[in-house]
Ligand binder design. Structure first.
Ligand code: COA
Length: 332
Protein backbone atom coordinates (compact mmCIF):
# COMPACT_ATOMS: atom_id res chain seq x y z
CA UNK A 1 0.00 0.00 0.00
CA UNK A 2 1.39 3.41 -0.93
CA UNK A 3 -0.65 6.40 0.09
CA UNK A 4 -0.03 10.11 0.22
CA UNK A 5 1.11 12.69 2.72
CA UNK A 6 -0.21 16.17 2.01
CA UNK A 7 2.74 18.17 3.30
CA UNK A 8 1.59 21.62 2.17
CA UNK A 9 -1.49 23.41 0.87
CA UNK A 10 -2.21 26.84 -0.56
CA UNK A 11 -4.95 28.76 -2.30
CA UNK A 12 -5.63 32.03 -4.07
CA UNK A 13 -9.01 33.71 -3.95
CA UNK A 14 -9.54 36.82 -6.14
CA UNK A 15 -10.57 39.99 -4.33
CA UNK A 16 -13.64 40.98 -6.37
CA UNK A 17 -16.83 39.69 -4.75
CA UNK A 18 -19.88 39.15 -6.96
CA UNK A 19 -22.72 38.55 -4.51
CA UNK A 20 -26.20 37.47 -5.60
CA UNK A 21 -27.46 41.05 -5.42
CA UNK A 22 -25.01 42.10 -8.16
CA UNK A 23 -26.57 39.53 -10.51
CA UNK A 24 -30.07 40.80 -9.84
CA UNK A 25 -28.90 44.21 -11.13
CA UNK A 26 -28.56 42.91 -14.70
CA UNK A 27 -30.51 39.62 -14.74
CA UNK A 28 -34.04 38.53 -13.91
CA UNK A 29 -32.90 36.68 -10.78
CA UNK A 30 -32.82 37.14 -7.02
CA UNK A 31 -30.75 36.27 -3.97
CA UNK A 32 -33.68 34.16 -2.81
CA UNK A 33 -33.75 32.03 -6.02
CA UNK A 34 -29.99 31.52 -6.16
CA UNK A 35 -29.69 30.71 -2.45
CA UNK A 36 -32.53 28.20 -2.34
CA UNK A 37 -31.67 26.47 -5.65
CA UNK A 38 -27.87 26.37 -5.27
CA UNK A 39 -26.76 27.44 -1.77
CA UNK A 40 -24.48 30.08 -3.31
CA UNK A 41 -24.42 33.56 -1.73
CA UNK A 42 -21.38 34.98 -3.50
CA UNK A 43 -18.46 34.07 -5.75
CA UNK A 44 -15.13 35.70 -6.62
CA UNK A 45 -14.20 36.92 -10.08
CA UNK A 46 -10.66 37.50 -11.33
CA UNK A 47 -11.01 40.85 -13.06
CA UNK A 48 -7.49 41.84 -14.05
CA UNK A 49 -5.07 38.92 -14.16
CA UNK A 50 -4.78 35.67 -16.12
CA UNK A 51 -5.67 32.27 -14.73
CA UNK A 52 -2.04 31.19 -14.37
CA UNK A 53 -1.44 34.08 -11.94
CA UNK A 54 -3.87 32.48 -9.46
CA UNK A 55 -2.25 29.07 -9.96
CA UNK A 56 1.21 30.48 -9.27
CA UNK A 57 0.06 32.25 -6.10
CA UNK A 58 -1.59 29.08 -4.77
CA UNK A 59 1.52 27.04 -5.68
CA UNK A 60 3.86 29.49 -3.89
CA UNK A 61 1.75 29.24 -0.73
CA UNK A 62 1.67 25.42 -0.85
CA UNK A 63 5.46 25.27 -1.32
CA UNK A 64 5.91 27.71 1.59
CA UNK A 65 3.56 25.68 3.76
CA UNK A 66 5.43 22.47 2.91
CA UNK A 67 8.74 24.23 3.72
CA UNK A 68 10.50 22.61 0.76
CA UNK A 69 13.05 23.83 -1.72
CA UNK A 70 11.19 24.19 -5.07
CA UNK A 71 14.13 22.44 -6.71
CA UNK A 72 13.15 19.25 -4.86
CA UNK A 73 9.82 19.08 -6.74
CA UNK A 74 9.91 16.20 -9.23
CA UNK A 75 6.60 16.75 -10.99
CA UNK A 76 4.07 19.58 -11.37
CA UNK A 77 0.53 18.67 -12.37
CA UNK A 78 -1.86 21.50 -13.15
CA UNK A 79 -5.57 20.83 -13.45
CA UNK A 80 -7.47 23.42 -15.44
CA UNK A 81 -10.39 23.39 -17.83
CA UNK A 82 -10.00 27.14 -18.33
CA UNK A 83 -6.31 27.49 -19.29
CA UNK A 84 -4.84 30.68 -20.70
CA UNK A 85 -3.07 28.85 -23.52
CA UNK A 86 -3.63 25.69 -25.54
CA UNK A 87 0.10 25.29 -25.11
CA UNK A 88 2.39 25.44 -23.29
CA UNK A 89 0.77 23.65 -20.40
CA UNK A 90 -0.05 25.79 -17.38
CA UNK A 91 2.34 23.62 -15.35
CA UNK A 92 5.31 25.04 -17.30
CA UNK A 93 4.24 28.58 -16.36
CA UNK A 94 3.99 27.53 -12.70
CA UNK A 95 7.39 25.81 -12.92
CA UNK A 96 9.09 28.96 -14.20
CA UNK A 97 7.48 31.19 -11.55
CA UNK A 98 8.24 28.98 -8.54
CA UNK A 99 11.71 27.91 -9.72
CA UNK A 100 11.01 24.17 -9.73
CA UNK A 101 13.78 23.62 -12.26
CA UNK A 102 13.94 19.85 -11.82
CA UNK A 103 10.24 19.15 -12.27
CA UNK A 104 8.52 17.39 -15.13
CA UNK A 105 5.37 19.26 -16.11
CA UNK A 106 2.04 18.42 -17.64
CA UNK A 107 -1.59 19.43 -17.32
CA UNK A 108 -4.69 17.40 -16.56
CA UNK A 109 -8.17 18.21 -17.79
CA UNK A 110 -11.09 16.21 -16.51
CA UNK A 111 -12.95 19.46 -15.82
CA UNK A 112 -14.33 19.69 -12.28
CA UNK A 113 -13.00 16.19 -11.46
CA UNK A 114 -9.51 17.47 -12.28
CA UNK A 115 -8.01 17.68 -8.79
CA UNK A 116 -9.12 14.14 -8.01
CA UNK A 117 -7.60 12.90 -11.30
CA UNK A 118 -4.36 14.80 -10.64
CA UNK A 119 -4.08 13.52 -7.07
CA UNK A 120 -4.61 9.99 -8.32
CA UNK A 121 -1.95 10.42 -11.02
CA UNK A 122 0.40 11.79 -8.35
CA UNK A 123 -0.19 8.74 -6.15
CA UNK A 124 0.58 6.45 -9.11
CA UNK A 125 3.79 8.36 -9.93
CA UNK A 126 4.86 8.23 -6.27
CA UNK A 127 4.47 4.45 -6.42
CA UNK A 128 7.29 4.25 -8.97
CA UNK A 129 9.84 5.70 -6.53
CA UNK A 130 11.10 7.83 -9.42
CA UNK A 131 9.08 10.83 -8.22
CA UNK A 132 9.16 11.77 -4.54
CA UNK A 133 7.67 15.25 -4.28
CA UNK A 134 4.75 16.35 -6.45
CA UNK A 135 3.07 19.74 -6.67
CA UNK A 136 -0.58 19.68 -7.73
CA UNK A 137 -2.27 22.93 -8.70
CA UNK A 138 -5.89 23.41 -9.72
CA UNK A 139 -6.59 26.83 -11.15
CA UNK A 140 -9.81 27.94 -12.79
CA UNK A 141 -11.06 31.15 -14.31
CA UNK A 142 -14.49 30.04 -15.43
CA UNK A 143 -15.69 33.64 -15.68
CA UNK A 144 -13.98 33.51 -19.11
CA UNK A 145 -16.39 30.77 -20.20
CA UNK A 146 -19.64 32.26 -19.00
CA UNK A 147 -22.47 33.92 -20.88
CA UNK A 148 -23.52 36.56 -18.37
CA UNK A 149 -26.97 36.76 -19.97
CA UNK A 150 -27.66 33.08 -19.17
CA UNK A 151 -29.12 33.28 -15.66
CA UNK A 152 -29.24 29.52 -15.13
CA UNK A 153 -25.46 29.10 -15.58
CA UNK A 154 -23.55 32.32 -14.87
CA UNK A 155 -24.68 32.44 -11.25
CA UNK A 156 -23.11 29.04 -10.51
CA UNK A 157 -19.39 29.61 -11.11
CA UNK A 158 -16.47 31.61 -9.76
CA UNK A 159 -12.68 31.86 -10.07
CA UNK A 160 -10.02 30.52 -7.69
CA UNK A 161 -6.95 28.30 -7.37
CA UNK A 162 -5.81 25.70 -4.87
CA UNK A 163 -2.60 23.70 -4.55
CA UNK A 164 -1.10 20.84 -2.59
CA UNK A 165 2.36 19.31 -2.24
CA UNK A 166 2.26 15.55 -1.81
CA UNK A 167 4.78 12.90 -0.87
CA UNK A 168 4.58 9.15 -0.48
CA UNK A 169 3.36 7.56 2.74
CA UNK A 170 2.56 4.03 3.83
CA UNK A 171 -0.96 4.99 4.85
CA UNK A 172 -4.10 3.56 3.17
CA UNK A 173 -5.27 5.05 -0.13
CA UNK A 174 -8.12 3.90 -2.39
CA UNK A 175 -9.38 5.55 -5.55
CA UNK A 176 -11.66 5.19 -8.54
CA UNK A 177 -12.08 7.36 -11.62
CA UNK A 178 -14.80 7.04 -14.23
CA UNK A 179 -16.33 8.74 -17.22
CA UNK A 180 -19.46 8.71 -19.30
CA UNK A 181 -18.40 10.26 -22.62
CA UNK A 182 -21.83 9.53 -24.06
CA UNK A 183 -23.11 12.43 -22.01
CA UNK A 184 -20.54 15.00 -23.11
CA UNK A 185 -23.20 17.35 -24.47
CA UNK A 186 -24.63 17.77 -20.96
CA UNK A 187 -21.76 20.15 -20.14
CA UNK A 188 -19.23 21.56 -22.56
CA UNK A 189 -17.38 24.65 -23.71
CA UNK A 190 -16.28 24.50 -27.31
CA UNK A 191 -13.07 25.83 -28.85
CA UNK A 192 -14.09 28.27 -31.57
CA UNK A 193 -12.22 26.84 -34.59
CA UNK A 194 -14.98 27.43 -37.15
CA UNK A 195 -13.20 30.29 -38.84
CA UNK A 196 -10.40 27.99 -39.98
CA UNK A 197 -12.37 24.82 -40.58
CA UNK A 198 -12.83 24.11 -44.31
CA UNK A 199 -15.38 21.32 -43.79
CA UNK A 200 -19.10 21.51 -43.41
CA UNK A 201 -20.51 20.13 -40.17
CA UNK A 202 -22.62 17.63 -42.17
CA UNK A 203 -19.36 15.88 -43.02
CA UNK A 204 -18.66 15.47 -39.29
CA UNK A 205 -21.93 14.24 -37.79
CA UNK A 206 -20.32 13.64 -34.39
CA UNK A 207 -20.03 17.40 -34.02
CA UNK A 208 -23.47 18.16 -35.34
CA UNK A 209 -24.70 21.44 -33.93
CA UNK A 210 -21.50 22.19 -32.05
CA UNK A 211 -20.04 24.20 -34.92
CA UNK A 212 -22.73 26.80 -34.64
CA UNK A 213 -20.68 29.93 -34.05
CA UNK A 214 -23.60 32.11 -33.09
CA UNK A 215 -22.18 34.28 -30.34
CA UNK A 216 -23.58 32.30 -27.39
CA UNK A 217 -22.10 29.00 -28.53
CA UNK A 218 -18.59 29.90 -27.47
CA UNK A 219 -19.70 29.93 -23.84
CA UNK A 220 -20.29 27.10 -21.41
CA UNK A 221 -23.35 25.10 -22.48
CA UNK A 222 -25.16 22.82 -20.09
CA UNK A 223 -28.25 20.80 -19.44
CA UNK A 224 -28.48 21.57 -15.74
CA UNK A 225 -31.06 18.87 -15.02
CA UNK A 226 -29.02 16.12 -16.71
CA UNK A 227 -25.86 17.16 -14.83
CA UNK A 228 -27.74 17.32 -11.54
CA UNK A 229 -29.09 13.78 -11.94
CA UNK A 230 -25.74 12.39 -13.07
CA UNK A 231 -23.89 14.12 -10.23
CA UNK A 232 -26.01 12.72 -7.41
CA UNK A 233 -25.70 9.14 -8.67
CA UNK A 234 -22.03 9.41 -9.63
CA UNK A 235 -21.01 10.78 -6.21
CA UNK A 236 -23.01 8.16 -4.38
CA UNK A 237 -21.64 5.28 -6.50
CA UNK A 238 -18.03 6.50 -6.48
CA UNK A 239 -17.91 6.82 -2.68
CA UNK A 240 -19.53 3.40 -2.23
CA UNK A 241 -16.96 1.88 -4.59
CA UNK A 242 -13.90 3.26 -2.74
CA UNK A 243 -15.40 2.35 0.63
CA UNK A 244 -15.81 -1.21 -0.64
CA UNK A 245 -12.21 -1.27 -1.92
CA UNK A 246 -10.90 -0.29 1.52
CA UNK A 247 -13.40 -2.36 3.50
CA UNK A 248 -14.75 0.82 5.11
CA UNK A 249 -18.23 1.65 6.30
CA UNK A 250 -19.57 5.18 6.21
CA UNK A 251 -18.81 5.54 9.94
CA UNK A 252 -15.09 5.04 9.24
CA UNK A 253 -14.93 8.23 7.15
CA UNK A 254 -13.91 11.29 9.19
CA UNK A 255 -14.34 13.98 6.56
CA UNK A 256 -15.86 14.32 3.10
CA UNK A 257 -14.61 17.08 0.80
CA UNK A 258 -16.99 17.07 -2.17
CA UNK A 259 -16.90 19.04 -5.39
CA UNK A 260 -18.94 22.20 -4.76
CA UNK A 261 -21.42 22.48 -7.65
CA UNK A 262 -24.73 22.84 -5.85
CA UNK A 263 -25.54 22.50 -2.14
CA UNK A 264 -28.61 20.45 -3.08
CA UNK A 265 -26.46 17.97 -5.05
CA UNK A 266 -24.10 17.60 -2.08
CA UNK A 267 -27.01 17.23 0.37
CA UNK A 268 -28.80 14.64 -1.76
CA UNK A 269 -25.69 12.53 -2.45
CA UNK A 270 -24.45 12.58 1.15
CA UNK A 271 -27.97 11.83 2.37
CA UNK A 272 -28.09 8.74 0.12
CA UNK A 273 -24.76 7.67 1.61
CA UNK A 274 -25.99 8.27 5.15
CA UNK A 275 -23.10 10.57 6.06
CA UNK A 276 -23.53 12.90 8.99
CA UNK A 277 -23.69 16.51 7.77
CA UNK A 278 -21.04 17.56 10.27
CA UNK A 279 -18.50 15.46 8.33
CA UNK A 280 -19.19 17.15 5.00
CA UNK A 281 -17.24 20.33 4.23
CA UNK A 282 -18.84 23.02 2.09
CA UNK A 283 -17.68 26.46 1.03
CA UNK A 284 -19.90 26.87 -2.06
CA UNK A 285 -21.80 29.58 -0.15
CA UNK A 286 -18.74 31.87 -0.44
CA UNK A 287 -17.07 30.80 -3.69
CA UNK A 288 -19.66 29.11 -5.93
CA UNK A 289 -18.39 26.36 -8.18
CA UNK A 290 -14.69 26.95 -8.90
CA UNK A 291 -14.43 23.70 -10.85
CA UNK A 292 -11.33 21.63 -10.11
CA UNK A 293 -10.12 24.24 -7.60
CA UNK A 294 -13.04 23.50 -5.23
CA UNK A 295 -11.41 20.58 -3.43
CA UNK A 296 -7.87 22.00 -2.95
CA UNK A 297 -9.28 25.37 -1.83
CA UNK A 298 -11.39 23.51 0.75
CA UNK A 299 -8.38 21.42 1.77
CA UNK A 300 -6.32 24.56 2.32
CA UNK A 301 -9.08 26.18 4.40
CA UNK A 302 -9.40 23.07 6.55
CA UNK A 303 -5.63 22.86 7.05
CA UNK A 304 -5.34 26.50 8.04
CA UNK A 305 -8.24 26.10 10.48
CA UNK A 306 -6.41 23.13 12.08
CA UNK A 307 -9.20 20.75 11.16
CA UNK A 308 -7.00 18.12 9.47
CA UNK A 309 -5.70 15.62 12.00
CA UNK A 310 -3.04 13.03 11.47
CA UNK A 311 -4.59 9.65 10.62
CA UNK A 312 -7.94 11.08 9.51
CA UNK A 313 -9.71 9.21 6.72
CA UNK A 314 -10.64 11.86 4.18
CA UNK A 315 -12.91 11.24 1.22
CA UNK A 316 -12.59 13.43 -1.88
CA UNK A 317 -15.44 13.07 -4.36
CA UNK A 318 -16.35 14.95 -7.50
CA UNK A 319 -17.80 15.03 -10.98
CA UNK A 320 -17.64 17.30 -13.98
CA UNK A 321 -17.79 17.78 -17.72
CA UNK A 322 -17.06 14.68 -19.72
CA UNK A 323 -19.02 13.64 -17.88
CA UNK A 324 -16.36 12.48 -15.43
CA UNK A 325 -16.42 11.44 -11.81
CA UNK A 326 -14.13 10.05 -9.16
CA UNK A 327 -13.51 9.47 -5.48
CA UNK A 328 -10.51 8.93 -3.23
CA UNK A 329 -10.35 7.81 0.38
CA UNK A 330 -6.95 8.62 1.82
CA UNK A 331 -5.67 8.43 5.35
CA UNK A 332 -3.75 11.65 5.70
N1 COA B 1 -32.89 33.10 -11.31
C1 COA B 1 -34.22 32.98 -11.40
N2 COA B 1 -34.82 32.00 -12.09
C2 COA B 1 -34.02 31.13 -12.74
C3 COA B 1 -32.62 31.21 -12.69
C4 COA B 1 -32.05 32.26 -11.95
N3 COA B 1 -30.72 32.42 -11.83
N4 COA B 1 -32.11 30.19 -13.42
C5 COA B 1 -33.14 29.49 -13.91
N5 COA B 1 -34.30 30.06 -13.50
C6 COA B 1 -35.68 29.65 -13.78
C7 COA B 1 -35.79 28.78 -15.00
O1 COA B 1 -35.85 29.59 -16.17
C8 COA B 1 -37.08 28.06 -14.74
O2 COA B 1 -38.15 28.91 -15.06
P1 COA B 1 -39.47 28.32 -15.76
O3 COA B 1 -40.02 27.35 -14.77
O4 COA B 1 -40.30 29.54 -15.95
O5 COA B 1 -38.98 27.69 -17.02
C9 COA B 1 -37.08 27.88 -13.22
O6 COA B 1 -36.14 28.84 -12.71
C10 COA B 1 -36.68 26.50 -12.75
O7 COA B 1 -35.51 26.15 -13.44
P2 COA B 1 -34.83 24.77 -13.22
O8 COA B 1 -33.75 24.59 -14.27
O9 COA B 1 -35.88 23.68 -13.12
O10 COA B 1 -34.17 24.94 -11.78
P3 COA B 1 -33.37 23.88 -10.97
O11 COA B 1 -33.97 23.79 -9.62
O12 COA B 1 -33.15 22.60 -11.71
O13 COA B 1 -31.95 24.56 -10.82
C11 COA B 1 -29.69 24.51 -11.67
C12 COA B 1 -31.15 24.82 -11.98
C13 COA B 1 -28.85 24.87 -12.90
C14 COA B 1 -29.26 25.38 -10.49
C15 COA B 1 -29.56 23.02 -11.31
O14 COA B 1 -30.17 22.21 -12.29
C16 COA B 1 -28.12 22.59 -11.16
O15 COA B 1 -27.42 23.00 -10.25
N6 COA B 1 -27.64 21.71 -12.05
C17 COA B 1 -26.24 21.32 -12.06
C18 COA B 1 -25.46 22.33 -12.85
C19 COA B 1 -24.00 22.23 -12.51
O16 COA B 1 -23.60 22.24 -11.39
N7 COA B 1 -23.13 22.18 -13.52
C20 COA B 1 -21.73 22.13 -13.32
C21 COA B 1 -21.31 20.82 -12.75
S1 COA B 1 -19.60 20.66 -12.52
Amino acid sequence: MVGIDIIGTGSYIPEFIADNEKFSNFLDTSDEWITTRTGIKERRIMTDKPNYYMGIKAAEKAIGDAKIDPKSIDLILVSSCSPDFFYPSMSCLVQKAVGADNAACFDVNSACTGFISALDIAQKYLLTNQYNTILIVATERLSNHLDYTDRSMCILFGDAAGAAVVKKSDKPYYSMLGASGDEFKALYCKVDYKANCPFHEDEMPFYNGLFDTESKKRYLQSDGHAVYKFAVNAMNNAVRKVMEMGGYTIDDIDLVIPHQANLRIIAKATDMLGIDNSKVYTNIQRFGNVSSACIPVALDELKREGRLRNGMKVCFVGFGAGLTYGAIIAEI
